[in-house]
Design a protein around this ligand. Structure first.
Ligand SMILES: *[C@@H]1O[C@H](CO)[C@@H](O)[C@H](O)[C@H]1NC(C)=O
Ligand SMILES: *[C@@H]1O[C@H](CO)[C@@H](O)[C@H](O)[C@H]1NC(C)=O
Ligand SMILES: *[C@@H]1O[C@H](CO)[C@@H](O)[C@H](O)[C@H]1NC(C)=O
Ligand SMILES: *[C@@H]1O[C@H](CO)[C@@H](O)[C@H](O)[C@H]1NC(C)=O
Length: 701
């Protein structure tokens, strides 16, 4: 008896026993009970046979970062001993300080192993380009660019507009052979932004995936664009269209052949040279070009490698590439794989076929975004909900694996892995051992589910393009979700006061500020914006609000909002007020506006068509939405409801609107009033509704 009490499974047995008794009371569950009994016994037996060993965390989990002495409360990584002296990791070895060198190091380590993989179509196997051939073809492509007249050096910008594919990497490495800079273009930027980027960076050559993307470029091609190098071929009509605009279309393989026949001496980059300009679409105005040097990216990649310890990718790993290469998360992950000589297999280019690609490639490493994990979670939940027995087994499995996780055990060979979670694991190829999640907040229950069900190490990072991706990363062994871990070894992090939102650094809350080898060189040709984000002492102000937890990990709790002061000195956070008014059933969209010379705020409201129309019908008011928008009773109805919501939610009286203007047409991406991620573009809205806003203020005074 005493022996049993000290074995870890005894309490579980006791619990199952009671559960079974309860189930036996219900006859209809008889058969199911049998299954559950067998499952419990089998799980217990299995546990004893396999005896999993917990891992020892690399840092004490109750003190995950180091607090530097001083009043600024700066925190640094514990994975690099010199970080206490204010030093940051910029590389892991002297012979790999640029993305040109890291790739060659990986090529050597892998001994000409598999490098880039692709499939010809569904049902086909992966084909591989090995390291030596990749390097040769990249070099040929780079020589080809020289042959058509590009200048070597970090002042030459090469555009690339393509989904992930082997050619993307050939272009990247080809450009680095001659110290040129990669500028990715991507669909969600929209044609206007693409055209702005080509003009701002004076891009003469864009490597373009196919006919469709080529036409997108031709639509609004600025005069700087001289040549398009197309990976798949262009139609005769497209070629003619390009010709009419004085743009030459060349084929990718033509450039490679040209380069092979006209070899030029390479001009490798220095660590301080730019390697990429990564444009991000902001909520205001034109996209901003984040300038990143080779050192920035190598530092970001290496600090993550350092923190992953023995779990870091190695030459035996295969990664699936499906997140856009235009974003730094994917670029960093891939360059990490190339650094260690691992293999990267590209998805087919169609996200609906990703499952099939995963099953064929069987990756061991993958980057991921919360959206993907949420989808897996929802799918599993829907299936589990469909049957009582499935749900019971699932919950038993999840509980058991969660307990193991809390002890630091990560594995894929428990009883529950072989039964309940086998299907989820196989949907990811069945060999996954490392997943790096980033780019957006991830719900705690989904992360814990993924950790239990996939049985691989899942670390969650927090980052920004301006920091080349990673700022913080969770530590292996910490199974608690809903934080983003300690700072990585290439930077230090401090929080600064945001008094208007009542966040104070001495309360361990404030705007996240970052300094280190991963912090970008500034926004391209945009000193004003650069000065707004990087201060004189080199701190990059992220705009995110963080909170330090007692164990030295960071939690992102808010976003610094657009804020202004009214003439009587009160602070207004318009987004907070909008989020309250939007709860009114009559309100479809709302834009709250105020000015420092005025003492009150006003709003533009797009009413909810259906609700307002049905109200009008009941109240005998006729007309289209435009007519209703001008009807005083409709306006009173909506404004009264908004004010009621405001009162209920505790808005102070100066936080309530004093007048509204009803507008029938929604704010949209097309009319330029929303960003591609559906955030309101405040300066554009202000400009667009200038007459109405002025009119309202005129009537109020
Ligand atoms: C790959 O390239 C390296 C360096 O050029 C060379 O030493 C090696 O022999 C090559 N491997 C194969 C298999 O061709
Ligand atoms: C890679 O696999 C080989 C052969 O199985 C093995 O000898 C080697 O230790 C592995 N390398 C790493 C870093 O795991
Ligand atoms: C599954 O059932 C739970 C409650 O039993 C519910 O909260 C959840 O929304 C359901 N999920 C799905 C995907 O049906
Ligand atoms: C870190 O601190 C937070 C907040 O106190 C706590 O919820 C969490 O469990 C701690 N993490 C670990 C691994 O102990």
């Amino acid at each position: 008896m005493t022996v049993l009490e000290h074995t870890p499974i005894f309490p579980e047995f006791r619990r199952y026993f009671y559960m079974l008794l309860q189930l036996l009371m219900m006859d209809e569950w008889g058969a199911g009970t049998g299954v559950l009994v067998m499952a419990s016994v089998a799980a217990a037996t299995w546990y004893f046979l396999s005896r999993p060993k917990p891992e020892k965390p690399l840092v004490p989990l109750d003190r995950q970062s180091f607090l530097q002495p001083g009043t600024e409360m700066i925190r640094v990584s514990k994975f690099y001993k010199d970080s206490k002296e204010g030093k940051f990791v910029s590389c892991l070895s002297e012979d790999a300080k640029t993305l040109y060198e890291t790739f060659r190091k990986g090529a050597k380590l892998s001994n000409n192993g598999k490098c880039l993989g692709w499939r010809e179509g569904p049902g086909k196997p992966y084909q591989w380009l090995h390291y030596n051939e990749t390097l040769l073809r990249a070099r040929n492509f780079g020589c080809g660019l020289m042959a058509i007249g590009l200048q070597p050096g970090p002042n030459t910008f090469v555009g690339i507009y393509s989904q992930n594919c082997p050619e993307w990497i050939l272009v990247e490495q080809g450009a680095y052979c001659f110290s040129m800079v990669i500028v990715p273009l991507y669909d969600t930027l929209g044609p206007d932004a693409c055209s702005f980027i080509i003009a701002q960076a004076e891009i003469a050559v864009v490597i373009c995936e196919d006919d469709g993307k080529c036409n997108m470029l031709l639509e609004r091609a600025p005069r700087f664009l001289r040549r398009i190098i197309i990976i798949k071929d262009a139609s005769p009509a497209t070629r003619q269209r390009a010709k009419n605009r004085g743009i030459e279309i060349l084929r990718f393989d033509e450039i490679e052949k040209l380069g092979a026949s006209r070899s030029t001496a390479e001009v490798p980059p220095k660590p301080s040279d730019l390697c990429t300009i990564c444009y991000t679409s902001g909520t205001t105005g034109n996209p901003k070009g984040v300038m990143l040097s080779h050192e920035n990216v190598v530092a970001g990649v290496c600090s993550v490698m350092l923190q992953l310890g023995e779990h870091r990718p190695n030459g035996n790993d295969t990664m699936i590439s499906f997140l856009p290469l235009a974003h730094m998360l994917e670029r960093c992950c891939e360059n990490g794989m190339y650094l260690v000589g691992g293999a990267v297999g590209f998805y087919s280019g169609d996200i609906t076929r990703l499952a099939d690609d995963l099953k064929t490639l069987k990756p061991t490493v993958t980057p991921a975004v919360p959206r993907l994990l949420n989808r897996i979670y929802d799918k599993v939940m829907a299936e589990v909900n469909s049957s009582f027995i499935k749900k019971m087994l699932f919950n038993m499995g999840l509980n058991s694996k969660h307990k193991e996780l809390a002890k630091g055990i990560i594995r894929r060979d428990s009883f529950w892995d072989k039964t309940v979670f086998k299907k989820v694991q196989e949907s990811m190829g069945g060999r996954l051992r490392l997943m790096v999640v980033g780019s957006a907040p991830l719900a705690g229950n989904v992360l814990t589910f993924a950790r239990c069900a996939l049985g691989c190490l899942i670390v969650e990072g927090y980052g920004q393009t301006e920091c080349c991706a990673p700022i913080t990363l969770t530590v292996q062994g910490d199974h608690v979700p809903e934080h983003v871990g300690p700072p990585v070894a290439c930077c230090c992090v401090k929080l600064v006061d945001v008094p208007e939102m009542e966040y104070f650094a001495n309360m361990n809350q404030g705007e996240v500020c970052v300094k280190g080898t991963n912090v970008f060189q500034g926004y391209f040709k945009n000193q004003d914006q650069t000065a707004l984000t990087i201060d004189e002492l080199g701190w990059h102000h992220t705009g995110d609000i963080g909170q330090w937890q007692p164990n030295g990990t960071l939690k992102i709790i808010d976003r610094k909002k657009h804020i202004f002061k009214l003439s009587q000195g009160e602070y207004i956070v318009p987004e907070k007020i909008e989020n309250i008014y939007i709860r009114s059933q009559y309100v479809h969209q709302v834009f709250v506006h105020g000015e420092s010379l005025k003492s009150c705020i006003i709003a533009i409201v797009v009413p909810d068509v259906d609700v307002v129309k049905s109200w009008a019908l009941e109240n005998g008011i006729e007309g289209t939405l435009s007519v209703l928008c001008n009807h005083p009773e409709v306006k009173k109805l909506i404004m009264d409801d908004m004010i009621t919501w405001g009162k209920e939610s505790g808005l102070k009286s100066f936080e309530q609107v004093k007048d509204i203007y009803l507008h029938p047409d929604p704010f949209s991406i097309q009319n330029g009033l929303l960003t591609p991620t559906f955030k309101t573009k405040r300066p554009q809205l202000k400009a667009y509704f200038k007459p109405q806003l002025e009119d309202m203020y005129a009537k109020l005074t």
